[in-house]
Design a protein around this ligand. Structure first.
Ligand code: ADP
Ligand code: MG
Length: 341
């Protein structure tokens, strides 16, 4: 079983390519580990036999695919395509890659479903709150500065016609951090599929896609840990086949000021960092990009709105609320279908 929140620490391993044989099966499980987007990644795949050379080549391909994602959508890299379009002037179309177009369109889809809770134009607000690439969050910005920055956020401030991207305000900045990790997981899953590998588990920093079976011919089982520092208590275990899981939580990336806890997730409507009693939101979806973005949006929407949406749209959502030290778990009908016990 893989424990989502614990995964990162478990997987920090100097062994890049390892293999385990199951006693009663000819299938073996192979692991490929590495680093991307400030996280560890892990690909586990089940096959009858793979030579070290084949594994080496597969790892090279995985690294290449991750490099393409980063070079396209990392705001943390000055030479990325997203950094280039963020520095682009207003009212002058710029031709963007298909890779970037696909992720912008996927983001806009989630923006629509979530009534604007997921919004990739929050970049300047993320910076204002000190969570951007060059920021250190320390204090709460003034209402005036929030309103000023908010005046040029919102997806009506850019257009995408085919591959032509045009900003209406030069200060508009796209931030794909809320969806990029999930998208990278999808890219790795596609890569494995295209090589005829159909039994695998891909994880980037806790965003997961699992398909097929483990060497014992059972589905991949994923344990969701209690989202608390040093906790290893498993809240629920999920059986996943051909689906992605993403978790969003505020206990890793936040700052405390004036008696409050401020998250790196921004409510696009208020321009403010969210303060919520939801300590984690987990979403299961066919694509990891969607799951990732919906998990972030869940934190913004709050329990009532996201659980209602989950019911209406058959979304698989689990929230964990911390009500003054007492944890309360909400699971949508669709989510319950994946629970194993
Ligand atoms: P989490 O796992 O906490 O959801 P993610 O890494 O998925 O975190 O996304 C958080 C990042 O997304 C932030 O650091 C910020 O760059 C960006 N972001 C913040 N608020 C929003 C929002 N409302 N919509 C889209 N992206 C956001
Ligand atoms: Mg997310």
């Amino acid at each position: 079983m893989f424990n989502i929140k614990h995964l990162t620490s478990l997987l920090i391993s100097s062994i890049l390519l390892t293999q385990t044989t199951w006693a009663d099966s000819a299938d073996k499980i192979y692991h490929i580990n590495g680093k991307t987007m400030g996280n560890n990644y892990k690909v586990s795949l089940v096959a009858n036999s793979m030579t070290p050379q084949q594994l080496y080549l597969l790892r090279e391909d995985i690294e290449l695919k991750l490099e393409i994602v980063n070079k396209t959508m990392s705001t943390w890299r000055k030479d990325s395509e997203i950094s280039k379009i963020n520095a682009w002037p207003a009212d002058k179309p710029i031709y963007i890659s298909n890779e970037l177009k696909i992720i912008i369109l996927a983001s806009k889809k989630v923006e629509k479903i979530t009534s604007g809770a997921f919004d990739i134009t929050v970049g300047p607000l993320v910076k204002l709150w000190g969570f951007g690439p060059d920021g250190i969050p320390t204090a709460i910005p003034s209402v005036d500065s929030i309103n000023q920055v908010k005046s040029y956020t919102g997806s009506s401030n850019f257009s995408l016609m085919g591959n032509n991207y045009t900003k209406k305000d030069s200060r508009l900045q796209l931030d794909l951090s809320g969806i990029a990790k999930g998208h990278a997981v999808d890219i790795l899953a596609d890569t494995l599929d295209s090589k005829g590998i159909h039994h695998y588990f891909v994880d980037i920093g806790g965003e997961v896609f699992a398909k097929g079976y483990r060497p014992n011919k059972e589905n991949w089982i994923i344990g969701i840990e209690e989202p608390k520092k040093n906790s290893t208590h498993i809240i629920t275990t999920l059986s996943i086949n051909g689906k992605a899981i993403a978790t969003s939580g505020d206990y890793r990336n936040y700052f405390e000021a004036e008696g409050g806890k401020f998250s790196h997730v921004i409510n696009p409507k208020t321009g403010r960092s969210i303060q919520t009693n939801i300590i984690s939101a987990t979403v299961i979806a066919p694509k990891c990009a969607t799951a990732d973005a919906l998990a972030t949006a869940s934190m913004v929407m709050g329990t009532k709105a996201i659980m209602q949406l989950a019911d209406e749209q058959d979304l698989a959502v689990m929230l964990i609320e911390d009500n003054f030290g007492e944890l309360k778990i909400h699971q949508s009908k669709e989510f319950k279908k994946f629970i194993t016990q």
